[in-house]
Design a binder for this molecule. Structure first.
Ligand code: SF4
Length: 264
């Protein structure tokens, strides 16, 4: 389901900074299987400086406790992915759905603008869990943790990153650009769908257009009478941004607007 438009229009934001959901262990909370944390200063300090962070630990919320056995992702004969205990062989997957139901609803209502999740975790990894490859045992296939896969499917246009990518210049820039674009669109439409508000934003959003591939700009112009399509195109095109200077200028532009203001 791709309903980013609903997230933007039905849940406009009056928050003053973007909200991000974050793997709790990255914020220094001792929720890992062995009672330790994985505090990442880039997340716990740098991102906390300009974003509101919501800690999430799917495994604790599934009632697995701390300490707990480690788990892995396994695929059954029908191709379903399961969370299996490494010691007991317990299938923990049924416990995940209630956690997802609660958290996805909360993410919608709070108006998340992005996600920072723990690399390589069977629950949290945003694309870096090393799934064993039955055809080549020495080259696992990177995949999503089961919690994160559902979040990605539900919020396909929102940026998602892990703490390791966040330390690299381009992925961090791209994440910030997409996060602020989403946050800004929610502000633009804080009074509901409006082509007037959209045109006011578009008229001054030159720095954002400059950060997009050339082929995207005409598509945006063509969507000015249809805010839904405009939002989808803008957020989709920004995935392809690559010019580092233009991206920095766009981030500065997107961060500047006062909360809830249509003026820029
Ligand atoms: S990676 Fe996710 S599930 Fe594991 S401890 Fe951190 S927050 Fe919890």
């Amino acid at each position: 389901m791709d309903s980013t438009w609903d997230r933007i229009l039905l849940h406009p934001t009056h928050a003053s900074v973007p909200r991000l959901a974050v793997s709790s262990c990255l914020l220094g909370n001792p929720v890992r299987y062995d009672g330790s944390d994985k505090k990442a200063e880039t997340v716990a300090t740098a991102m906390a400086y300009h974003c509101e962070l919501l800690p999430v630990c799917p495994e604790v919320e599934m009632g697995m406790g701390v300490p707990r056995e480690t788990i892995r992702i396994e695929e059954d004969d029908a191709g379903n992915r399961l969370l299996i205990g490494n010691d007991s062989g317990t299938d923990y997957t049924p416990r995940l759905q209630p956690v997802l139901d609660k958290r996805l609803q909360e993410f919608r209502e709070l108006g998340m603008s992005g996600f920072i999740f723990k690399a390589r975790s069977p629950s949290c990894a945003p694309g870096s869990y090393p799934m064993p490859n039955p055809h080549a045992s020495d080259s696992p296939e990177p995949t999503y943790g089961l919690f994160t896969a559902a979040v990605r499917d539900h919020f396909p246009l929102l940026p998602m990153i892990d703490e390791e990518q966040l330390q690299q210049h381009h992925p961090r820039r791209l994440f910030n650009l997409r996060m602020y674009a989403h946050f800004r669109l929610r502000q633009v439409f804080h009074d509901g769908p409006s082509t007037t508000a959209l045109r006011a934003f578009h008229a001054v959003a030159g720095p954002v257009h400059a950060a997009m591939p050339n082929c995207c700009r005409a598509d945006l112009e063509a969507a000015l009478e249809d805010p839904r399509t405009y939002c989808h195109r803008l957020l989709g095109c920004l995935r392809e941004a690559n010019d580092q200077e233009a991206m920095d200028a766009a981030i500065r532009f997107l961060r500047k607007a006062p909360p809830g203001s249509l003026s820029v």
